[in-house]
Write a protein that binds this ligand. Structure first.
Ligand code: F7E
Length: 315
């Protein structure tokens, strides 16, 4: 998001939390133009200060405990950060800015849908579909979604919610399944690790490229009015499909000899299948995608092969 906004000549402020957060050094090294503000989503006073310091015209709330598995182990923290944090930020905008001059983006998620038989439309989830979250993360995000809509309706604030399906890429954390797979395939290829340990392989996700989705988030805040929009690829594939594409791209052949399973990576409740319908974002915002699933896998595998090779030759 920062990269995209800088390319459009925005003055970008980024909120970083915690002491000695290594992401701060990484952000400062890659984007020295971004002005860092220390604040925590659980601290309303820090968010008031962040709004005062930055005097924003656009606020993108991408802050969250975002790992679904982690949210089962830390459900209260997830509720505080991912749920109540949205309220803290909206109040900070109301207190420390003229809310009629600020546009707010709330990162809602396909995890709010849950992928169950009874609420799954054949053409994919859209803005009208029923919610049934299946994790503390999904439940907290649903609170964030509704408090954002409530502030839009109650205070006439420009608050838009992007209901984004999985968006992946070279910057994806290795704790998420796509990057875990592409990074492991690169390391297996280079003889740096023997295998890969995963959880369930049958769940299906609607995976797209994060850089395409960032454009959609920005488009939502340029629109004439605040609204909710689904961003999705419109196709779905299983973890097994992602493994096949990855091992093919890395020229490793069949993935089965390399993959082990461990219940530690399985969740108490799973989202079986996610498929989104981005028709509204396409027609109202003119949003589109530059990369399909095969293109996404190719760019992630090529990136990880080059990165792992560089790291191993530097060691
Ligand atoms: O899991 C399965 C896992 O952690 C995808 C977040 O950005 O997208 C993301 O949520 C699937 C699940 O992403 C492993 O059980 C198997 O079925 O990559 P993930 P997610 O849970 O779909 C949504 C839109 C968000 O909003 C979230 O913030 O892969 N799976 N084996 C595994 N998942 C992980 N992480 N690790 C495994 O070893």
């Amino acid at each position: 998001m920062a990269e995209f906004l800088l390319s459009k000549n925005y003055d970008v402020y980024g909120v970083v939390r915690g002491q000695n957060n290594p992401k701060r050094a990484a952000l400062e090294a890659e984007f020295p133009e971004v002005k860092v503000i220390e604040a925590d989503m659980t601290d309303p006073t820090a968010l008031v200060r962040a709004v005062e310091l930055s005097a924003p015209t656009e606020v993108y709330n991408l802050a969250a405990i975002s790992h679904v598995g982690y949210s089962f182990k830390n459900p209260t923290l997830t509720a505080e950060v991912t749920g109540k944090g949205v309220l803290n930020l909206l109040e900070a905008v109301r207190i420390a800015a003229d809310p009629s001059t600020v546009r707010v983006y709330q990162a809602s998620t396909s995890e709010m849908f849950g992928g169950l038989d009874y609420n799954r439309p054949g053409a994919g989830y859209d803005e009208q579909s029923l919610f049934h979250p299946r994790s503390p993360y999904g439940v907290a995000k649903l609170y964030g979604h509704w408090i954002a809509k409530n502030y839009r309706e109650s205070y006439d604030m420009f608050v838009s919610c992007g209901i984004l399906f999985n968006h992946e890429g070279e910057r994806r954390g290795p704790e998420f399944v796509t990057r875990k797979i592409t990074k492991a395939a690169a390391r297996i290829k280079l003889g740096l690790q023997p295998n890969l340990v995963l959880g369930d392989l049958w769940p299906k996700r609607d995976w797209g490229y994060a850089k395409d989705y960032v454009v959609g988030m920005w488009q939502m805040l340029q629109h004439t009015e605040p609204d909710d929009f689904v961003l999705a690829s419109g196709s779905t594939a299983s973890i097994e499909d992602f493994l096949s594409l990855t091992f093919e791209q890395a020229e490793l052949g069949d993935w089965r000899p390399y993959v082990l399973q461990d219940p530690a990576f399985m969740r108490p409740a799973e989202v079986d299948i996610l498929l989104g319908n981005p028709a509204k974002a396409e027609s109202v915002l003119g949003w589109g995608r530059s990369v399909d699933l095969r293109g996404l896998v190719d760019l992630m595998v090529n990136f990880d092969l080059a990165a792992e090779e560089a790291a191993s030759s530097a060691a």
